[in-house]
Design a protein around this ligand. Structure first.
Ligand SMILES: NC(=O)c1ccc[n+]([C@@H]2O[C@H](COP(=O)([O-])OP(=O)(O)OC[C@H]3O[C@@H](n4cnc5c(N)ncnc54)[C@H](O)[C@@H]3O)[C@@H](O)[C@H]2O)c1
Ligand SMILES: [Zn+2]
Length: 352
């Protein structure tokens, strides 16, 4: 499988997508990021499954394990990682390896960006969501009690190593969550993914190498055109305006990120149709694709509560909401300036 390049001038880097790569991690690191020291940051679930992928922790390989899950994306964990790196004599030429899902990628990435103003970083994502999304593009960060991802930095890795074999041990709910992001890529750009997805089985047993590659290529194109999300990168937020609100209103307990995005894509299609931006056939096709990924949990919040949560989003200006809306399969528009009252009315109809 050819590498995908994330083209950012002198900060360009490869995403290497290769089934079975996990069995050759030390060799791969040696080749793409040679270093005297590797600081491997992972979570307890991933380490319990994949410890043997690394040489035993010794002078050259150092290990830091966080508790699994979103609750580790805090300034407390960050502080512990800073201390770990500094106590063990990290230098800028050394390498931090973020080995896990998006939580570890965001946390370890942010730690790497700040210690000594930047230690080299390799992303080694193990969830579907991290392989197609979180590990690519350089967004890193942690949560603050006042909100998710409020502290962070853009910090590009020197490489991303993706082995689809890691997905074999993923819980079904995490697999499903990542599939919603893949559906998102199929809908925001004409890149062949829609056709690929409609013609294949969706399961952890399916070889997803080609699908992951298509997603990484899509994200690489978007990030290369707009690294810091001042314009086009916003199309990656398709399904996320309502999705984030669902997560915030449910305090991140009610469903996975992917499921929230699944609801968000269904609603974006409904709103788009109501605003005359897409036709019924497009709305139905989106609904069919999203529903194919399994049942979505019932939403526990009403339209008013979800609209309040959307208005709190850091991107909202003057109570006007921005949505990424589908026009056709593989074509979206960034629609700013939609009054929240308009959204709330549509959401009431959508939820009834
Ligand atoms: N930086 C970005 O651009 C970006 C983009 C999207 C999401 N994110 C962030 O990513 C995070 C979510 O990431 P996630 O969905 O990967 O969640 P996660 O990192 O919490 O991983 C989900 C669960 O799967 C377990 N796990 C990981 N790999 C496994 C494997 N191979 N086998 C078995 N279990 C495994 C983890 O221990 C965890 O319990 C959120 O914090 C989100 O904000 C960041
Ligand atoms: Zn997402």
């Amino acid at each position: 499988m050819p590498d995908v390049t994330i083209a950012l001038g002198d900060r360009s880097y490869p995403a290497i997508i290769e089934a079975g790569l996990a069995t050759r991690i030390p060799q791969a690191l040696e080749r793409i990021a040679p270093s005297q020291r590797y600081f491997v940051i992972t979570d307890a679930n991933v380490w319990s499954l994949y410890a043997e992928m690394f040489p035993p922790a010794n002078g050259r390989y150092q290990l830091f394990i966080v508790a699994p899950g979103e609750s580790s994306k805090t300034t407390d964990s960050l502080n512990s990682i800073w201390t770990f790196l500094l106590e063990r004599g990290a230098e800028r030429s050394h390498v931090v390896v973020a080995f896990g899902g998006g939580v570890v990628g965001d946390l370890a990435g942010f730690a790497a960006s700040t210690v000594l103003r930047g230690i080299r970083l390799v992303q080694l994502p193990t969830t579907l969501l991290a392989q197609v999304d979180a590990s690519i593009g350089g967004k890193t960060g942690v949560n603050h009690p006042l909100g998710k991802n409020l502290l962070g930095a853009f910090y590009q890795p020197v490489a991303v190593l993706i082995d689809p074999h890691f997905l074999r041990t993923l819980p079904q709910s995490e697999f499903q969550s990542g599939m919603y992001e893949i559906i998102k890529y199929a809908l925001i750009e004409k890149n062949g993914l829609y056709e690929q997805l409609t013609g294949m089985n969706w399961s952890r047993e399916t070889d997803l190498t080609a699908v992951i590659e298509a997603c990484v290529r899509c994200k690489a194109r978007v990030v290369a055109a707009d690294e810091q999300e001042s314009g086009r990168r916003m199309i990656l937020n398709f399904g996320h305006t309502l999705g984030h609100a669902i997560e915030v209103a449910g305090e991140f307990q009610s469903c996975t990120h992917g499921q929230a995005v699944g609801w968000g894509m269904l609603f974006a299609a409904c709103l788009s149709r109501a605003m005359g931006l897409c036709d019924e056939m497009t709305e139905r096709a989106i609904e069919t694709l999203v529903r194919r990924n399994g049942a979505l949990p019932r939403l526990r919040h009403d339209a008013a509560a979800l609209t309040v949560a959307m208005r709190r989003d850091k991107k909202v200006r003057d109570g006007l909401l921005t949505f990424v809306l589908p026009k056709n399969i593989g074509e979206v528009v960034i629609q700013a300036g939609i009054p929240h009252s308009r959204v709330q009315a549509q959401l009431e109809a959508f939820l009834s």
